[in-house]
Design a binder for this molecule. Sequence first.
Ligand SMILES: NC(=O)C1=CN([C@@H]2O[C@H](COP(=O)(O)OP(=O)(O)OC[C@H]3O[C@@H](n4cnc5c(N)ncnc54)[C@H](OP(=O)(O)O)[C@@H]3O)[C@@H](O)[C@H]2O)C=CC1
Ligand SMILES: Cc1cn([C@H]2C[C@H](O)[C@@H](COP(=O)(O)OP(=O)(O)O[C@H]3O[C@@H](C)C(=O)[C@@H](O)[C@H]3O)O2)c(=O)[nH]c1=O
Length: 297
Amino acid sequence: MNIFITGGNGQVGFELQRQFAPFGTILAPTRQELDLTNADAVDTYLAKHQPGLILNAAAYTAVDNAESEPGQAQRLNAELPAQLAKYAAKHGIPLVHYSTDYVYPGNGETPWQEDSPTGPLSVYGQTKLEGDQGIIESGASHLIFRTSWVYAARGSNFMKTMLRLGCERDALSIVNDQIGAPTAARLIAQITALSFTVHGSRLSIHIPQGIYHLAPRGETSWHGFASEIFSQARKAGEALTITPESTAGIPTAEYPAPAQRPLNSRMALDKLESALGITMPPWQSQLVLTLKEHLSN
Ligand SMILES: NC(=O)C1=CN([C@@H]2O[C@H](COP(=O)(O)OP(=O)(O)OC[C@H]3O[C@@H](n4cnc5c(N)ncnc54)[C@H](OP(=O)(O)O)[C@@H]3O)[C@@H](O)[C@H]2O)C=CC1
Ligand SMILES: Cc1cn([C@H]2C[C@H](O)[C@@H](COP(=O)(O)OP(=O)(O)O[C@H]3O[C@@H](C)C(=O)[C@@H](O)[C@H]3O)O2)c(=O)[nH]c1=O
């Protein structure tokens, strides 16, 4: 069976390639091989390769740039998922898609449920929400995993930015009033694989289809995440110029950016945990693993 992974070179896509390799032939074309902004090229690719499963890990993830490039974000985050879902529905194959905490409005302190009212604050969040809606409306067999604050040993992410700045700077100011859960890309791929069963040469979704929050347990701020990165990196022997005392927590208002971020990115995990019969690990334990992989590269 052909397993079509979009965004296979990204943080989540790369981990999906590793997780799903035992289950079929991985097709993960690079941007040069298949430009996903070209809808006709995507249709031609699907017709040629006839995948038995689609894992859509491609997205326009540059949150600030999306404000000035809404057309690109719309194509990647809204139209592409709907296009893939239309194909999946027509051919009776499952589709997995990844969405974000940025679809929620960010008010209050209560964790969002999967059916909480949405209210994106940014072009990125709005286009991602439209992607979710396009999949649900398509009638395809699907899983939509809403995750948050993704990081990995590869790609560009907050952990790697902090490790770089932590070796270059004496002091850093980091927002401490946006609260959420940093999620390792590897965990996302592992949970995705756990959601499938093997039937002969085919894979099928074995939990009820729909939207699931996918994040580790616990919560922190970006400042808390940075502090844990610095603390674990120091323990692992990294020569950092930054110290815990020189890392200041600041309100979002003091870190102006083109796109507004939600303050409350807490996401309830009960639906995923009960569907899979698991307890998600604490976010700190995932950082240990990812940092170890990064430092060994
Ligand atoms: N990063 C995060 O913090 C979060 C991410 N998510 C969601 O998780 C999913 C995966 O995110 P993540 O792995 O971090 O994303 P990345 O930004 O790491 O990867 C995105 C991938 O999409 C590919 N891509 C983008 N545009 C095109 C294009 N025109 N043609 C072909 N490929 C393209 C990129 O290709 P190339 O390698 O060539 O750039 C890259 O491989 C996304 O749906 C995202 O919205 C949800 C919550 C948090
Ligand atoms: C580098 C830096 C960032 N920050 C803040 C900015 C921002 O509020 C926060 C995180 O920075 P980032 O640029 O990683 O933020 P951002 O790109 O908004 O991260 C988001 O990406 C998309 C794709 C998602 O779906 C979200 O879940 C989330 O992970 O840290 C500081 O306060 N100080 C700093 O020195």
